[in-house]
Unconditional design. Structure first.
Lengths: 357, 265
C-alpha cells in the first residue's frame, strides 16, 4: 500500500526536469529563503548533514551520512522551556525554533524516518514545539538508483525511491535530475525556471531505474512481517533475549543513529539567571533510562532492554499505533553496532528462534 | 551567607595515590572562592596549614587506595569522624592503577621495582577504601572530572543525590559524533565497559578509551573480548589494554588464562 501523495499517482505536471549545471543556482535560490542543510564532507572527510555555505560542496553521490538528519527536528539537547527568576517568583516561557529550512539530498529512508517521527509527535498529546519546527522544514530527497550495501529499505517499504515524508524527490538521470513534487510546497519549489516539464521518456526511464534499483540490494534483509507475526503469537522465547544480551555493548549507538528513535530524557541546564529545561537524546539500552527516583528499575537487565527496543520497533501493537514499522532499513545500526544486535540480525533471530552471536 | 561556624565542616584526604584528585579540586580555580564560601575546609593537608585533625566532619573526601596498614587506620579514623564520606577517583572506588598487579606477590613487585635491598616498604595488597568501610557516594575518574566534583559538592551540601551518569563512555562519544575507535580503527577501546561522564575525553582526541573511570553497572567483558578478538586483535593486546585499570574487577579468568598461554608461546 502506498500513500496518496506517492509519486506513482503523479499528475502530469508534477514531474519536472533540472539540468545538472543548474543545480548550484537552484540551491543558491533556496538559500535565499531558508537555511539549506545537505550532506557534505566534514573536516575529517566523513559525509555529514550540515548547513550549506557553498552550494558546490553539496554531495549528491553515493553514500548516506552515518548521522541521520534527525538532529534538525530532534536536536541532541533541545531547550523547550526557559525558567527565570522574576522578583520573588519564577517566570516560565516556551522556546521554539521556527526557522525555515530545507533538508537537501536526504535519502528515502530518512524521509520515511522524518515522517514517522512527525506522526508520532502529532498523535496522542501533540508536541507543538516539535511540530512548529518540523513543519517549517522542506525535504528534498535523492532517490537511490544504486542501493547502499548495508541498506534493506525494500524490506520496510521505505525505498529505494521515496514513499512519504518528502516534498521533492530528485532522480539522477545522468546529465539531469527528474524532480517530482510530492506536496503543494514541493510542487511550488520546482515550478519555475530553471525547471522545465519532463518528457514521457524521462518518466519511463525513472520507472526503469526504480525497478533496477529494487533488484540490486546487498546481503542485509529484515523480514519484519514474519518477525512481527512471531511476536504477536507469543512465539519468541525469553531465552533468546538472554542469549542475545551479552552481544549488546550498551553503547547507545543504534539509538542515536536511528532515524526513528525518539525516546528522550529531560534535563535542566543551569543558566546565569535561571534554567532551561531541555529534551535530550537518551537510549533505551542504558540501565539508567528506566531507573526511577525510588531506585527501582523496571528494566534492570540488559535482556529486558533489548527486548523492549525490538518490541517497540517490530511489534504489531506499535505498528498499529505508529502507522509503520519502526525501521526504515537504512542499515546504520548494522554499520554502527559494536556487537551484533542490529536490526537485521535480531529480526532473523526472532524469525528463526535462534541466536548465533 | 552563614558565618564561618555554621558552614559544614569538610575534610579532604589522600591515602596512597598520586594526589591527582586533590589537585583537580585545586584546579577548580574559578569556583574555589565560591566553594570556600559555602563550606569550611578544616582538614586538607595538601592545601592548607593549621589543620584540625580530630574534629567531627560533615563531609569527608577520600582519594587513593589502601596500600599500607597505616592507610587503613587513617581511613577508619576518617570514617569515624565523617557524616558523609565520598570516595574520590578511580583508586578510591575501584582500586585503579595501584591495584593493577594485585595477583603478583608483594615480594615480586618489590624486587621488580625497587630491587631487594629496600627496607622501608611495608605495603599490603592495594585495595580500594570502598572495600573496607561504607561510603555514601563514589565519584570515579582518573583524575576526577571537575564539573562532576562540583556537582557532588553541590548535592551533598543541599542534601540531594547527585545525578551522575550511569552510562558507558560510548554515550558521550556517540553524541559527539566521534569516529568509533573500535569500528573504524580496530583498536581495543574500553569505552563500552567504562562509566561515562568524562565527555569521552580520549576518543575525542583520537585515542582509545583506557577505562580509567572504572566499569559500568553491567559490563559484558566476555563479549567485549570476543568482539575485539573477532576483529583480529591479539589476546595479549586485549589483555594489556583492558587490564590497565582496576585489573581485579576487569579481568575475567578466561582472559588471564589466555594471556598466560600466549606469553608461553
Amino acid at each position: 500500500m502506498r500513500p496518496a501523495n506517492d509519486v506513482q499517482g503523479r499528475d502530469p505536471g508534477a514531474s519536472r526536469l533540472l539540468v545538472k549545471s543548474d543545480l548550484v543556482s537552484w540551491i543558491r535560490r533556496l538559500m535565499d529563503d531558508a537555511e539549506v542543510i545537505a550532506p557534505a564532507a566534514g573536516a575529517g572527510g566523513d559525509l555529514m548533514f550540515g548547513p550549506v555555505t557553498d552550494p558546490a560542496s553539496v554531495w549528491l553521490g553515493p553514500g548516506n551520512p552515518l548521522q541521520p538528519p534527525k538532529q534538525f527536528v530532534l536536536p541532541q539537547t533541545d531547550p523547550i522551556v526557559r525558567i527565570e527568576r522574576n522578583g520573588g517568583g519564577v517566570q516560565v516561557s516556551s522556546i521554539s525554533d521556527e526557522r525555515a529550512r530545507v533538508i537537501f539530498g536526504m535519502r528515502s529512508c530518512d524521509a520515511r524516518g522524518m515522517a514517522y517521527l512527525r506522526r508520532m509527535q502529532a498523535t496522542d498529546l501533540p508536541d507543538d514545539s516539535y511540530l512548529r519546527r518540523a513543519d517549517r522544514i522542506a525535504v528534498v530527497t535523492l532517490a537511490c538508483t544504486t542501493p547502499c550495501t548495508l541498506g534493506f529499505c525494500v524490506c520496510c517499504d521505505a525505498g529505494p525511491f521515496a514513499r512519504d515524508g518528502h516534498d521533492v524527490q530528485l532522480v539522477d538521470l545522468g546529465d539531469r535530475f527528474l524532480a517530482e513534487g510530492a506536496t503543494e510546497r514541493g510542487r511550488a519549489m520546482v515550478a519555475d525556471a530553471p525547471f522545465r516539464p519532463a518528457t514521457q521518456g524521462d518518466v519511463v526511464r525513472r520507472d526503469e531505474l526504480e525497478r533496477e534499483a529494487e533488484r540490486h540490494f546487498g546481503d542485509e534483509s529484515a523480514h519484519l512481517g514474519a518477525a512481527m507475526r512471531r511476536i504477536s503469537t507469543r512465539r519468541v522465547a525469553e531465552e533468546l533475549w538472554e542469549a542475545m544480551s551479552p552481544w549488546c555493548f550498551e553503547c547507545g549507538g543504534c539509538n542515536f543513529i536511528c532515524p526513528t528513535c525518539y525516546c528522550f530524557s529531560v534535563k535542566d541546564r543551569c543558566q546565569d539567571h535561571g534554567w532551561e529545561r531541555c529534551r535530550t537524546w537518551d537510549s533505551c539500552q542504558y540501565s539508567a533510562f528506566t531507573l526511577e527516583a525510588s531506585g527501582h528499575n523496571p528494566r534492570e537487565r540488559r535482556k529486558e532492554r533489548i527486548k523492549r527496543r525490538f518490541f517497540h520497533k517490530v511489534s504489531a501493537q506499535y505498528y498499529q499505533r505508529d502507522g509503520a514499522v519502526g525501521c526504515v532499513g537504512c542499515g546504520r545500526c548494522v554499520q554502527t553496532c559494536l556487537g551484533t544486535t542490529d536490526m537485521p540480525a535480531v529480526v532473523a533471530a526472532i524469525r528463526k528462534g535462534v541466536w548465533h552471536g | 551567607m552563614p558565618n564561618g561556624n555554621d558552614k559544614p565542616k569538610v575534610g579532604i584526604f589522600g591515602l596512597t595515590g598520586c594526589a591527582g584528585d586533590q589537585l583537580q579540586i585545586l584546579n577548580c580555580e574559578d569556583e574555589l572562592v565560591r566553594l570556600a564560601g559555602r563550606m569550611d575546609i578544616v582538614d586538607w593537608v595538601m592545601a592548607r596549614s593549621g589543620n584540625d585533625h580530630t574534629c567531627r566532619l560533615d563531609v569527608a573526601f577520600v582519594e587513593g587506595v589502601v596500600a599500607t596498614e597505616r592507610d587503613l587506620e587513617t581511613l577508619k579514623e576518617i570514617r569515624a569522624r565523617a557524616k558523609t564520606l565520598v570516595a574520590l577517583g578511580t583508586c578510591a572506588v575501584w582500586g585503579g592503577l595501584p591495584a593493577m598487579h594485585n595477583e603478583m606477590s608483594r615480594e615480586v613487585l618489590q624486587r621488580e621495582v625497587y630491587n631487594t635491598h629496600v627496607q622501608f616498604l611495608d605495603t599490603v595488597e592495594a585495595l580500594p577504601p570502598t572495600h573496607f568501610v561504607p561510603f555514601e557516594l563514589s565519584l570515579p575518574g582518573c583524575p576526577i572530572e571537575r564539573h562532576e566534583f562540583l556537582r557532588v559538592v553541590n548535592s551533598v551540601l543541599s542534601g540531594t543525590e547527585p545525578d551522575l551518569p550511569r552510562v558507558p563512555v560510548c554515550w558521550e562519544c556517540k553524541v559527539k559524533e566521534n569516529t568509533c575507535r573500535v569500528i573504524h580503527a580496530q583498536e581495543v577501546c574500553c569505552g563500552a565497559m567504562t562509566r561515562g561522564g568524562c565527555g569521552a575525553r580520549c576518543p575525542s582526541h583520537g585515542v582509545a578509551c583506557s577505562g580509567c573511570r572504572g566499569p559500568v553497572e553491567e559490563p559484558n567483558y566476555d563479549a567485549n573480548i570476543t568482539m575485539f578478538a573477532g576483529r583480529g586483535i591479539s589476546w595479549l593486546e586485549i589483555a594489556r589494554r583492558m587490564s590497565n585499570f582496576s585489573a581485579p574487577v576487569w579481568m575475567t579468568q578466561g582472559l588471564e588464562q589466555e594471556v598466560r598461554r600466549e606469553s608461553k608461546r
